[in-house]
Design a protein around this ligand. Structure first.
Ligand code: SF4
Length: 263
């Protein structure tokens, strides 16, 4: 089968984004995730199944099957903006690696036509899957949420060993720019000690120079209502600007990493 005919399942495409990679980007959100993070702001991404979510009182179908060729046709429309800004295609989710063949074909298809690529992912897949996409990936935005496996399991549904091991292997490959991203979640990982531990691990990875601290926000809360699910983070407030700055200072004092708040 021609790569352009490979089908996958997405739930959104956002054009003209200035997040999740350099410059102006088109972000393709793939459906399906193996984690169930309590703070997830895209709960509609978690199930691979196509779902109905109530949005402002009206039912909305979440999920669409689409070919690689159809996605790339949309991505290509903004090529002049990528060229001027250093932007390109970003795959996000969910966890794109849950649809490995589709993700690989999208990244390869973009790379083949000279569009730069980024992947926003927590690296929870067999390394062989990650290895198959690295030749087509310019930037890997890798989430590391906690260094303690038990706490990781308690708040996300899975332990962190596979992801930490994959982080080491991706860094050792030297095939892509690797940027570490940490969602800063009150009650989970927002203490100076927890952030310092993650930052030191990130700093130990060969070639890693940048870390992003992403403050928890509640923008996804209404989606839980729309899906008929409970929002278990109710009552948890986003970290203040002062707290985020203190955590950034912890990172810069303890590592050589370039630390940025937000992504
Ligand atoms: S890894 Fe990301 S998409 Fe998956 S549940 Fe966690 S926050 Fe949501």
């Amino acid at each position: 089968m021609n790569d352009r005919d490979i089908k996958g399942r997405i739930f959104d495409i956002q054009r003209f984004s200035i997040h999740d990679g350099n410059g102006i980007r088109t972000i393709v959100f793939l459906k399906g995730c193996v984690l169930r993070c309590r703070w997830c702001c895209n709960p509609e991404s978690q199930e691979y199944a196509i779902q109905t979510m109530m949005v402002q009182g009206k039912p909305k179908i979440i999920g669409q099957d689409i070919t690689v060729g159809e996605v790339l046709d949309i991505v290509e429309r903004d090529r002049p903006y990528y060229r001027r800004s250093g932007g390109g295609l970003t795959l996000s989710g969910g966890e794109s690696l849950c649809q490995p063949e589709f993700a690989r074909a999208l990244l390869k298809g973009a790379a083949d036509i000279g569009i730069t690529t980024a992947l926003e992912s927590m690296g929870c897949a067999k390394y062989e899957v990650i290895e198959s996409i690295l030749p087509y990936l310019d930037t890997y935005l890798l989430d590391i949420k906690h260094m303690n496996g038990e706490k990781h399991r308690e708040f996300t549904g899975r332990s962190n060993e596979l992801m930490l091991e994959n982080a080491k292997r991706i860094a050792a490959s030297g095939q892509t720019e690797l940027i570490i991203r940490v969602p800063v979640i009150p009650t989970f990982n927002d203490s100076p000690e927890e952030i310092r531990e993650i930052a030191r691990f990130a700093d130990s990875l060969p070639g890693v120079e940048r870390i992003h601290l992403l403050p928890y926000h509640r923008l996804g809360q209404d989606k839980y209502d729309g899906l008929g699910r409970e929002y278990v983070m109710d009552g948890i407030l986003p970290p203040t600007g002062g707290h985020m700055q203190m955590l950034k200072d912890i990172v810069t004092k303890n590592t050589d990493l370039d630390c940025q708040i937000g992504g």
